[in-house]
Write a protein that binds this ligand. Structure first.
Ligand SMILES: O=P(O)(O)OC[C@H]1O[C@H](OP(=O)(O)OP(=O)(O)O)[C@H](O)[C@@H]1O
Ligand code: HPA
Ligand SMILES: [Mg+2]
Length: 179
């Protein structure tokens, strides 16, 4: 069972659910009449995006991009690689980037600059913000939870590609990393 590898639950399934309802309502109000493009960043944003979009009760379109910099490890490589791009024109579009976490900030800084360069109006919604991890300056417009400087897994977040399917966000036991 996945659960036996978890040292502590940081954010419960219920807390995540309530937060997505709250964020969905805020986004629906903010983007009413604007037909925003909700841009999920693969792979980590999948559970959060699936939950959030059900709570945004206005017309939206969905797109996905894949970027990677951790390669399954606990350390950012420092280099953000674009692995899958959108094929939709973004000039003048209201784009809402949906992310699972801002940690060093490198991923979102790279993406925001790229999309703004293409002429999009970009805002960021993230489930988690780890401000103590930051090495570049970038902030989300909408944040679910601010978390301490610990490596977390679950609800999209992985270690070595695993644990994304946990329904909550938690911290792994040390022996999982050392084995
Ligand atoms: O603020 P940063 O330090 O850049 O970290 C945040 C990014 O790192 C993770 O993605 P990762 O590159 O591991 O790809 P994944 O979504 O497939 O796990 C996470 O999903 C964010 O996209
Ligand atoms: O704390 C984290 N956990 C999993 N993936 C991550 N990518 C950036 N920070 C994290
Ligand atoms: Mg990852």
């Amino acid at each position: 069972m996945l659960e036996q590898d978890i040292k502590k639950v940081l954010i419960s399934e219920k807390e995540i659910q309530e937060k997505t309802v709250e964020l969905g309502q805020i986004l629906a109000t903010e983007y009413a009449g604007k037909n925003p493009l909700l841009l999920g960043i693969l792979k980590g944003s999948v559970p959060f995006m699936a939950e959030l979009i059900k709570r945004i009760d206005i017309p939206v379109q969905l797109e996905f991009m894949t970027v990677s910099s951790y390669n399954g490890t606990m350390e950012s490589s420092g280099e953000v690689k674009l692995l899958l791009d959108v094929d939709t024109p973004l000039k003048g579009r209201e784009v809402v980037i949906i992310e699972d976490i801002i940690d060093t900030g490198r991923t979102l800084k790279y993406l925001k600059e790229l999309l703004e360069h293409r002429g999009a109006n970009v805002k960021i919604v993230t489930l988690l913000d780890k401000p103590e991890g930051r090495v570049v300056e970038i902030d989300a417009d909408y944040t679910g939870f601010t978390i301490p400087n610990e490596f977390v897994v679950g609800f999209g977040l992985d270690y070595d590609g695993y644990y994304r399917n946990l329904p909550y966000v938690g911290v792994l036991k040390e022996e999982v990393y050392s084995s």
